[in-house]
Write a protein that binds this ligand. Sequence first.
Ligand code: ARG
Length: 605
Amino acid sequence: MVHLNMQGVASKFGRVVSRKKTDSDVDGGLDGGAQLPRVLGLFDLTLLGVGSTLGVGVYVLAGEVAKENAGPAVTLSFAVAAFASALAGLCYAEFAARVPKAGSAYVYSYVTVGELAAFVIGWNLILEYIIGTASVARAFSNYLDNMMGNVMNETLSKTFPMHVPFLSPYPDFLSLGIVLLLTVLLAYGVKESALMNNIFTALNLFTVATVIGVGLFKADLGNWNIPKDKIPAGKNGGEGGFLPFGISGVMAGAAKCFFGFVGFDCVATTGEEAKNPQRHIPLAIVISLIIIFLSYFGVSSVVTLMVAYYDQNTNAPLVVAFEDVGMDVISKIVSVGAIFALCTSLLGCAFPLPRVLYAMGNDGLLPQFFCRINEFTQSPLSATLVSGVFAGIMAAIFELEQLVNMMSIGTLLAYSIVALCVLLLRYRDPKPALYHPDPITAESRSPSQYLGSLLNLTRISSPDKATTRVSEVAVFLFVAMVFATTTYIVSVEDQLNFEMNWQLYGLIILGVTTCLPVLVIALQPQDNPNIFFKVPWIPLIPCVSIFMNVYLMMKLDVNTWIRFSVWLFIGGLIYVFYSIPNSLEGQKDRLARANENDTKLRSVK
Ligand SMILES: NC(=[NH2+])NCCC[C@H](N)C(=O)O
């Protein structure tokens, strides 16, 4: 009896977490389809991606990572971070091509995978955007303060000292002000903000081009190969050369540089406002990632060629580099460019936030309050105001580094789930039966039949229930192995060199065990959806993407993991106590069941 009940509960839970938005919902919501105006074209979307991504990375990270982690090989750190982000970008692009609707990866996963995955992704996106807004605002205020000779820092730490552990030493009113101002601008509606974004991004790109073009004239190749004995005493120059802190320095740098690539995904949240979402969103993501990578690579090369890595300034490296070589005009241009860049970066995370809240509110997973479109501004006004105030408070009370780490961990998890969803969807039986999954009856099979279906020996060419199940289990095993392997790598990474030692043997064994499920997945038949953009080299790209993301997550400190767990826990409570009972899909589901029962009863009579 108890056993039966447990089974009942489990299957009910399974039904709840895997229920999906149906196609008819994609254009409408609880309120009968309050729509955002479709005004954004490919050009706007690409500039939105570039603008929201290119910011702190160019103007702060390039110098900081060169000095503290990677040396001239900061260029490689950017390349590794770009690689991880590009893999995620491809997965986002496929997701975006599948469903045109506001709410980013959130809605895509709701339509294709199920309610729980959607909620987890949505909840992480909220974290990413709130903390992203807060962190860029904080960096912005630090930058302005730096230009004014640190007056604010000194005055505020004297007048409003805050002696609370985990919080900033003083409340940063400037960053609060910045976020509130931005919120008011955003509340005016999408067209205005898009125009402003275009102008600011153009100025930003102009500055980047100037830095690269002019900086090259002052480049000294010797700076990429400074011998150890030429490093001045008292400077932290490591081993000298191009890789002064080794590969592990490059990887530590890559984890930091990752922050610089976050933001392009906001393109994917504009589904309802894009003129031609299925075509333009994936294209805009790919084009903006290319522009972003070229900018970071160019800027970090130039700045490390101009100034020795150990002499970089960590707050405003570009400004100082041009001052050092006596190019004051360029240095002024860079200061102004940085301000525009940080504005768009800020706009880029503040822009999607109300839209994610709007989408989740529309689906009944968050309170209805968030999905009201204001008559006058034609935008989700209440969502904009609430999220703005919240982000502003975070910016004022937390330190930049804490914010940065929190944002990265949330983003990395969201990226991983997106890659996971893309993978599962490609191997899923597309026939409608699976969209309302009924438990697959366990057929009794012989071991050789099992092996046969693992290796797909009968060469089934399109996914059915059995191959779907095989690939789901293989994906699950793969993810578990990724966690084990990355934890292992992070803990023995310093002892790994090219000699054969037990650490290396361990790595080889774990590596091979991680690859086995991928092999099994690769042998299963794939669904071939007819969409404008598809991730190539399935299952390799999503698998490598998941691996890289989890590895970078493992590099983050324990406190970040604790804060993140608290966030997920709060999300879990909201999901269980608010979303499940109020979900629009749930209501429909219950209605449909009631009707079904009614019909059954009548037919019995
Ligand atoms: N959507 C976001 N979380 N945006 C914040 C990203 C920061 C941006 N990549 C920068 O370097 O300035």
